[in-house]
Ligand binder design. Structure first.
Ligand SMILES: Cc1cc2nc3c(=O)[nH]c(=O)nc-3n(C[C@H](O)[C@H](O)[C@H](O)COP(=O)(O)OP(=O)(O)OC[C@H]3O[C@@H](n4cnc5c(N)ncnc54)[C@H](O)[C@@H]3O)c2cc1C
Length: 386
């Protein structure tokens, strides 16, 4: 790749992470999932090499890079078949929000652990009755003396069982209705009143999803990260990196599936030539490759804008990157499975489960339709239907 798009350091990071991914690979993750455990060995090794906190400030133990670097880490692990989903929430959302809006004490308390991977933080915004419309969330924080007391419900929150804390998005009692004025709270896993129930997902991933109940969860004053009146800016400081990282997750998965299909199409021969010589097999794979490359270009643009401090332009680009990557991933996986014929559906080749996994990047953290709505309204200036 041209250094115009990625610096020499970024390219070196890409190769180093790819080498780490290759040492673990799909077989490692398949075993971890089958044994119902977590990819702790890979997490620990990536942590030791400084990859998990590559985006966090050096003063707090991070690598001093940005979302551009962290997205490289996730994409390359994904392309090797062993993505670490918690990178999307722990260093990318929670780490960024705390680094940008936390007090000095909060930064010292949380960032070193997030940077060296010894601490993981989940992120909870989605609610059962709000879904895509975050303005309808009802998780409410009321003051009680110096404390905060949180009440509400969350759904589909990833990794709460392994995360030491979850960064919960709520609203204060004073701003209970109307346009969302979000405020964010760090909730330790074992806090009284903080309950979780695993959701039975048809997804084969190491990280599980949970429904959360917050039943009068009492938190100290310093659990609040940022200003209770800061509005959407500090929330999107975390959500835009999340979109870039979801794009990286999708591109990595698409690349992994595509590489398996190409390998297969080169060898598998049922007529005179390997099936990859038939253009009906080759062209869709070539298209999938082009779509993934284009999505990566938009992801790099979004990461660059975000890292240079242009939150508004980054928001638009991050949405488009997430959309493009999600679509490219779904198409690449579908085509890969098809290329393998019957083997596309065997456990031995392990591609079929990616069909479900690929759909996640179309739905979360913001669905394809909500991005199309965003571009219709914000970019094209078309009227709103809702
Ligand atoms: C595997 C997985 C992991 C997740 N992890 C997390 C996590 O860690 N933390 C977290 O907070 N959340 C998480 N989520 C939740 C995810 O962000 C939500 O599922 C997503 O935002 C969509 O919300 P919903 O499921 O309620 O769908 P809904 O909002 O109910 O939408 C259903 C359908 O209606 C469409 N739709 C809704 N409104 C409109 C409209 N105005 N115009 C057109 N179409 C519309 C949507 O596009 C979608 O197709 C996760 C989800 C999954 C599947």
């Amino acid at each position: 790749m041209s250094p115009v798009i990625e610096t020499d350091e970024q390219q070196a990071l890409r190769s180093a992470v790819a080498a780490l991914g290759k040492r673990y690979g799909r077989d490692y993750l398949t075993t971890v999932i089958a044994e119902n455990r977590h990819p702790t060995e890979l997490w620990a090794e990536a942590a030791k090499l400084g990859y998990l906190g590559v985006n966090l400030p050096e003063a707090y133990g991070g690598g001093g890079g940005g979302i551009a670097e962290l997205s490289i880490v996730l994409e390359e692990l994904g392309a090797a078949g062993c993505p670490l989903l918690m990178l999307v929430v722990s260093p990318a959302i929670c780490g960024t929000v705390i680094a940008r809006f936390g007090t000095e004490a909060q930064k010292r308390q949380w960032l070193p652990g997030l940077a060296d991977g010894s601490r993981t933080m989940a992120f909870g915004i989605t609610e059962p009755d709000a879904g895509s419309n975050s303005h309808r969330i009802t998780t409410t924080a009321r003051r009680d003396g110096a404390d905060w007391v949180l009440t509400g419900r969350k759904v589909f929150i990833s990794g709460v069982d392994i995360a030491d804390e979850t960064l919960i998005v709520g609203r204060t009692q004073d701003a209970r209705t109307g346009k969302l004025k979000p405020c964010l709270f760090v909730v330790p896993r074992d806090t009284a009143g903080f309950g979780r129930r695993r959701i039975d997902m048809e997804l084969s991933g190491a990280e599980k999803q949970f429904e959360l109940t917050l039943d009068d969860v009492r938190l100290p004053a310093d659990a609040l990260v940022g200003d209770e009146d800061a509005g959407l800016l500090q929330l999107f400081a975390g959500l835009n990196p999340e979109r870039v990282m979801t794009a990286a997750f999708a591109i990595g998965m698409g690349r992994y599936a595509l590489s398996r299909a190409v390998e297969y199409a080169r060898d598998r021969t049922v007529w005179k030539q390997p099936i990859g010589a038939h253009q009906a097999v080759a062209h869709p794979l070539a298209q999938a490759h082009i779509d993934l490359e284009l999505a990566r270009l938009m992801m790099q643009k979004a990461a660059f804008l975000y890292d240079s401090g242009d939150d508004v332009a980054a928001g638009e680009a991050a949405n488009m990157a997430k959309y493009a990557a999600g679509e490219a991933c779904v198409k690449a996986v579908d085509q890969a499975v098809h290329t393998l014929g019957g083997n596309g559906l065997t456990r031995e080749f392990g591609l079929a489960s990616l069909i479900t996994a690929a759909r996640v990047s179309r739905i979360a953290p913001v669905s394809r339709e909500m991005i199309l709505n965003y571009v219709s309204h914000q970019t094209l200036g078309l009227p709103k239907s809702y």
